[in-house]
Design a protein around this ligand. Structure first.
Ligand code: ADP
Ligand code: ASP
Ligand code: MG
Length: 448
C-alpha cells in the first residue's frame, strides 16, 4: 500500500479535486489518501476564531458567509447532477450550520477554536468521497477523529493510532483499494478535538504510513519536490532529487515549508521512503527521501524565523558545570526546545522560538546571571552530507556569508547541518548569498 497526501492547493477547487480523483484512481494498487483542507480554508477558520476570541461576532459571521459562498460555488461545480448536489450540499451545509452556531457561544474557548479548525479537512474529505461515489468508485472514509490521537505530552500516540487505524481498516470490505482520511485533525489525550499544528497533514501522512508500514509515503504539493533554497525568497532555485531522512528532517525543522517540521520522524523510524511530488506536474520526478543519498554534497538551504537569542553570563558564585546544568535544567523544566547553542567559558548563548518564552522562565534565567535577549532573529540552515573529514564545506558556507552579520554559528551537531543565526532583516540577503555561491550557476551542488 501507498500513502498519498494532497495539500491545500492540490484540493483548492472542484477542478483540482477532480484532478486528484484522476490521480488516485489511475492505478489499482491499494492507496490511503490523506487530504488537507482546500487552500485558504484553515487560514479563514483561524481568522474567524480570532474574531470570536476578540468577541467580534459580526466580523466572524461575515467571514463565515464569504467562506460558505466559496463552498457553495465549488459544490455546484463538483456535483453538477442535481440529486448529487442536494446530497452533498446537505453535508457541506451542515458544517456551516455548525460553524454558525459556534459563533453564538457565550464564552468562546480554545476547545471551540479547535472544533472550528477541524472543519476544513472534514469538508474536503467529504467532498472527495462524494465525488468518488459519483464516479462509481468504492472508496472508504477513515475518520481521523476515530484513530488519530495525541498523548499527554501532545505527541502522537503511535500505539493508539496503529491499533485504531488497523481496526477501522479491518472492518472495511476486503476488496477496498482506496481509503480516504482527513489530514491535520486528531483528538488529544482527553478525547477533545485537536490538531497536529499548522501544516500537520504531512504529519498525518507519515504517522498513518508508519502505522500501516506502507511501501511509500507520497506528499503531493504545488512544487516539484524539495528545492535547494526557499522559492518564496529566492528566484533561481532547483529541485534536489535525493535526500537522506536526516537531511530532510533538518530542512523541515528549519523552515522548508514543503514539509511539516516533525513529519519525517515516523517514516524514518520505519525506513519508509517519502517522495515529494507535484500535483500540477505528476510526471516530474520530485524528491525521494530515504536512507540513501548523494554523498559529499551541500543539498539545500532553509530558514526559520521568529527566534530569540538568549545570552547568559554566569554569576561569579557558580562553577561552570553547575551553571550549564542549571541552565539546561530550566529548559527541561519549561519544556522549551533549543534550536541552537554556543558556549564560552562562563557564558552560553541559545536560540529559541520567541513564542516559547514565558515571563516565569525569563525570571528564572535572570537569577542565574546577566541576561541579554535579542529578538527578531532567523536561523539560516545549510543542509547536506558534510562529514567533518571532508574539508571545505564550512569555509565555503562562511565565505558565502562574509557580507552578512552573524550572531551565532552551529556546526558539528550532526553531519548534515551548519546553521547561522542572523537578524531577520538579513535573511533574504543570506539566502541569496548562499544560493549564488553554493548552487549557481555551474557549481550547483558541487564538491568544495
Ligand atoms: P501544501 O499546501 O501542499 O501542504 P505548502 O504550502 O505547505 O503546500 O508547501 C509547499 C510550499 O513550500 C511551496 O509552494 C513553496 O513555496 C514552499 N517552500 C519553502 N521552502 C521550500 C523548499 N525548500 N522546497 C520546496 N518548497 C518550499
Ligand atoms: N489545513 C492545515 C493547514 O493549513 C493542515 C495542512 O494543510 O497541512 O495548516
Ligand atoms: Mg503543507
Amino acid at each position: 500500500m501507498k500513502v498519498m497526501k494532497f495539500g491545500g492547493t492540490s484540493v483548492a477547487s472542484a477542478e483540482r479535486i477532480r484532478h486528484v480523483a484522476d490521480l488516485i484512481t489511475s492505478t489499482s494498487e491499494p492507496k490511503l489518501v490523506v487530504l488537507s483542507a482546500m487552500a485558504g480554508t484553515t487560514n479563514m477558520l483561524v481568522e474567524i476564531s480570532r474574531q470570536l476570541v476578540a468577541r467580534h461576532r459580526h466580523e466572524a459571521l461575515m467571514m463565515l458567509t464569504k467562506l460558505k459562498r466559496k463552498y457553495e460555488i465549488e459544490t455546484q461545480a463538483l456535483f453538477p447532477d442535481p440529486a448529487s448536489y442536494d446530497r452533498n450540499w446537505t453535508i457541506v451545509n451542515e458544517t456551516f450550520f455548525f460553524l454558525e452556531q459556534i459563533c453564538y457561544v457565550e464564552n468562546f474557548t480554545l476547545f471551540d477554536e479547535k472544533k472550528i479548525l477541524a472543519r476544513g479537512e472534514l469538508l474536503s474529505t467529504a467532498m472527495m468521497l462524494g465525488h468518488l461515489a459519483d464516479r462509481g468508485y468504492k472508496a472508504v472514509g477513515l475518520p481521523a477523529l476515530e484513530y488519530m490521537r495525541t498523548d499527554k505530552n501532545a505527541e502522537p500516540d503511535e500505539d493508539y493510532i496503529r491499533e485504531h487505524l488497523r481496526a477501522i481498516i479491518d472492518k472495511a470490505p476486503k476488496d477496498t483499494k482506496l481509503f480516504i482520511t482527513e489530514g491535520y485533525i486528531c483528538r488529544n489525550a482527553f478525547g477533545d478535538i485537536d490538531n497536529l499544528q499548522r501544516g500537520g497533514s504531512d504529519y498525518t501522512a507519515s504517522l498513518v504510513g508508519a502505522a500501516l508500514e506502507v511501501d511509500e509515503i507520497q506528499i503531493w504539493t504545488d512544487i516539484d519536490g524539495m528545492h535547494n533554497n526557499d522559492p518564496r525568497f529566492v528566484e533561481a532555485t532547483a529541485p534536489v532529487r535525493r535526500l537522506r531522512f536526516e537531511e530532510a528532517a533538518e530542512l523541515a525543522y528549519f523552515g522548508a515549508k514543503i514539509l511539516h517540521p516533525t513529519c519525517i520522524k515516523p517514516a524514518q523510524a520505519k525506513s519508509i521512503p517519502v517522495r515529494l511530488l507535484n500535483t500540477l506536474a505528476p510526471e516530474a520526478p520530485g524528491t525521494l527521501i530515504s536512507t540513501d543519498t548523494d554523498k559529499d554534497l551541500i543539498k539545500a538551504v532553509a530558514a526559520k524565523d521568529e527566534l530569540t537569542m538568549i545570552r547568559l553570563r554566569s554569576s561569579h558564585q557558580m562553577t561552570p558545570w553547575s551553571f550549564m546544568s542549571k541552565v539546561f535544567g530550566l529548559f527541561e523544566h519549561y519544556r522549551i526546545p533549543i534550536d541552537m547553542v554556543a558556549s564560552a567559558e562562563v557564558a552560553v548563548s541559545l536560540a529559541v522560538e520567541r513564542g516559547r518564552l514565558t515571563p516565569e522562565f525569563i525570571a528564572e534565567l535572570e537569577a542565574l546571571g546577566t541576561l541579554e535577549l535579542e529578538h527578531n532573529l532567523t536561523i539560516v540552515c545549510v543542509v547536506g552530507d558534510m562529514e567533518w573529514e571532508n574539508v571545505g564545506f564550512e569555509a565555503q558556507i562562511l565565505y558565502a556569508l562574509r557580507e552578512v552579520p552573524v550572531l551565532m554559528i552551529s556546526y558539528g551537531g550532526s553531519d548534515y547541518n551548519l546553521s547561522v543565526l542572523v537578524d531577520a532583516e538579513d535573511k533574504r540577503k543570506a539566502l541569496l548569498a548562499l544560493n549564488e555561491h553554493l548552487f549557481e550557476p555551474t557549481i550547483r551542488q558541487s564538491k568544495p
